[in-house]
Design a protein around this ligand. Structure first.
Ligand code: 5RP
Length: 220
């Protein structure tokens, strides 16, 4: 995804933000551009970051932060994604922030996803491995249960999430039942959560060569 398309999607998401809103801040390169544009716009909002990195960027660009303790209900969350299905279900978590991203998304009245058109797929899982965050102790057992998965590394070291956990990347292949698989993963002992986000996105903003379009979940 080019930086220009990321910025176009981020700017379209900025149009959804109003003074006074509590805004969930996504993680990853597209969400980072959104946070920077939010800072430049000077809107009077409070952000709830979904990672240490998004908190750091928000602080750098002057977006004030809050917590669930003071604001348990968010107005809107802006997230990136790795894959988006025609039903607007998602795979997220290549950046490793999936657990906090899901918590922030589920606390929001609206979840807006910003992507370029390369992230649109016919079936989730067809290109991207499904990230699965696990308690480190359980990682070897969950690996065996999943089968075609590997432990994520970064710079030759085991990747450790902001929650102190390990990440497994599961090469599942095209997913038949997205919501069912999300529930199945969540039910496995030692799994904290997965990067499958079924039924979470209210709107997906897609930037492409022909411009920016907004896709809305049909049942919402
Ligand atoms: C981080 C994520 C990101 O939203 C996802 O990986 C997309 O990132 P990018 O905008 O850099 O393509 O889920 O955990």
């Amino acid at each position: 995804m080019s930086d220009d398309l990321k910025k176009q999607a981020a700017l379209a998401a900025l149009e959804e933000i109003r003074d006074g809103m509590i805004v969930g801040l996504g993680s990853g390169s597209t969400a980072a551009i959104f946070i920077r544009e939010l800072g430049k716009a000077g809107l009077k909002v409070l952000g709830v970051p979904s990672s240490q990195e998004s908190a750091r960027i928000a602080e750098e660009v002057g977006v004030s932060l809050t917590t669930f303790k003071d604001h348990p209900q968010l107005d809107i969350t802006i997230h990136g994604a790795d894959e988006v299905s025609p039903q607007l279900d998602l795979i997220k978590g290549r950046g490793g922030a999936l657990v906090r991203e899901k918590i922030v998304a589920h606390a929001s009245k609206r979840v807006v996803i910003i992507v370029d058109e390369s992230k649109l797929v016919d079936r989730l899982g067809s290109r991207t491995a499904i990230p699965v965050e696990v308690i480190p102790l359980a990682a070897p057992r969950v690996l065996i249960q999943l089968g075609n998965a590997r432990v994520r590394e970064r710079n030759g070291q085991l990747f450790v999430s902001d929650n102190g956990n390990a990440l497994l990347d599961w090469n599942h292949g095209a997913i038949e039942d997205t919501a069912g698989l999300e529930k199945q993963l969540k039910a496995m002992t030692g799994v904290v959560d997965s990067g499958i986000f079924a039924g979470v996105a209210s709107c997906v903003i897609v930037a492409g060569s022909a411009g920016v379009r907004k896709l809305y979940r049909s049942s919402m």
